[in-house]
Design a protein around this ligand. Structure first.
Ligand code: URA
Length: 232
């Protein structure tokens, strides 16, 4: 059994003082009964807690999908630049959220933000070979030589890259699929052909896809379908 104010503040991120206020205003119910004292104890596996008639759903972990815009750093904090966490609603920030993987400051697209370390490890570890796909636009025509070079494994100064796919979708555009995530990897791979990346947008990580209706800078929680894939 735990105190109700502690339970609510852990789940929703309100301070104990704020929970007290909610209770005072008769906005909290347990099993349909209005709570009058914020130090009553509840068993979250049995009791149903409601705030303004909305049930508090207990979540062990949070999983968010963000469409990262340019200009944001993939970190939890930075001294001078905005981070991807600056795009997340305050109500999630009492959790120890972090971005699962990095995108360059000028890269856009799918970023998963979570507090589930095991999930992040599984989706990021090169040993798990999880595919990450990126739409790319470069400043030169994409050639078959590039496609073959990516397939055979580009040699960078920090070692040879694993085989990757480059699908040509236009004169200057393609989709690159990697199973590892080295620093500036795609930019450096195209750099080997004297080409510069102009736009880079991540569209998938494993079975998770950037939703078409998620605007740049917007985030949302995983859907039920996506949550099922977390445990797969
Ligand atoms: N490769 C890059 O060069 N940059 C990214 O942000 C991701 C992959």
């Amino acid at each position: 059994m735990e105190r109700i104010d502690k339970v609510i503040s852990n789940q929703v991120g309100y301070s104990r003082k704020e929970v007290k206020e909610l209770v005072k205003k008769k906005r909290v119910k347990v099993d349909g009964v209005i709570v009058t004292n914020s130090d009553i104890k509840v068993d979250t596996s049995i009791n149903k807690i409601f705030i303004d008639d909305e049930e508090l759903i207990f979540k062990k972990y949070v999983y968010l999908m963000l469409n990262k815009p340019k200009g944001y750093i993939s970190a939890t904090e930075d001294r001078s630049l905005p981070t991807v966490l600056d795009l997340i609603d305050e109500k999630y920030l009492h959790r120890n959220l972090f971005p699962a993987g990095r995108l360059d400051k000028d890269t856009t697209g799918l970023m998963i933000i979570t507090d589930d370390g095991d999930f992040a490890h599984n989706i990021l570890s090169p040993k798990k070979h999880v595919k990450k796909s990126y739409e790319v636009v470069i400043d030169k025509k994409i050639t078959n030589e590039m496609v073959l070079g990516f397939r055979d494994g580009i040699k960078l100064i920090d070692g040879e890259c694993k085989s990757s796919e480059l699908e040509i979708t236009g004169e200057y555009s393609g989709i690159v699929t990697l199973t590892e995530g080295r620093y500036h990897q795609i930019k450096r791979m195209f750099g080997c052909f004297g080409a510069e990346v102009v736009e880079l947008n991540r569209i998938s990580m494993g079975n998770f896809y950037l939703p078409e209706d998620l605007e740049l800078g917007e985030f949302r929680e995983f859907t039920e379908e996506e949550l099922k894939k977390v445990v797969e």
